[in-house]
Write a protein that binds this ligand. Sequence first.
Ligand code: PMP
Length: 293
Amino acid sequence: MAGPSYDDRDGWIWMDGAFVPWRDAKLHVLTHAMHYASSVFEGERAYDGAIFESRAHSERLAASASALGFSLPVPIEDLCGIKAEVMNKNGLKDAYIRPVAWRGSEMMGVSAQNNTIHLAIAAWEWGAYYGDAKMKGARLDMSQWRRPAPDTIPCKAKAAGLYMICTLSKHRAETKGYSDSMMLDYRGYVAEATGANVFFVKDGVVHTPSPDCFLDGITRQTVIKLLTKKGVEVVERHIEPDEMESFEQCFLTGTAAEVTPVAEIGPYNFEVGALTRDISETYEAHVRQRPNN
Ligand code: PMP
């Protein structure tokens, strides 16, 4: 594990309207969110001092909150400014930004109608999510857990409750020596990794699962636009697991993962090929050129 524990660092965290010293950004143990997963969050990256797609992440945070039946205590218009302040206050240029909103502690039970909605924003320096996989390709296990159906949970929200099976999958993968895990959806189609979307390449065409029961990542949407602009055909469709046998290349996309090549998913192997390298480099250039939005 790199760096000191996340509760023991220098710096400032924005919490409910004020900057508090990093080590003092604490909650009570009877916080509803901790018992009933009533929290939503974002993961964003800043490059050269500018948060990539800041507005889109703020909108998604508000949409996730709405899916859980609450509103953010701060209007979307103000969120981008606060995130930029968090960056400045901590002297950061290249950073990971973590906004989180949650139900507080007034009521302790399944119902939490009148609980205060809290909002905190932290930011810190964070390198490559999959370590040296950017060069060699990540190795993924196959998860025993499936992404849930849209009528069983608000599956498009970036909400804490949806990550329980991700942590279980990732822990099992790491125990077996892999760096992540590929999850199928409730129908048995290929869905996504535990914190990133997946793309495959075959005969120069890119195939990616239709995001009908999981997060349509902001990186995913960006990469589809960049590929299309290059004239590469991108097909969004349902993908059967055994189709992975015939795919030549594979890569993951996500704010943390950026574009990370994949060398292996369970029994299936992929080459780290030219198209994957090219889109990875194009994405890197793209995120550094954007104005702060
Ligand atoms: N799926 C899951 C489960 C994730 O946690 C993430 C990371 N937010 C993604 C996909 C990718 O989303 P984005 O590109 O917006 O970071």
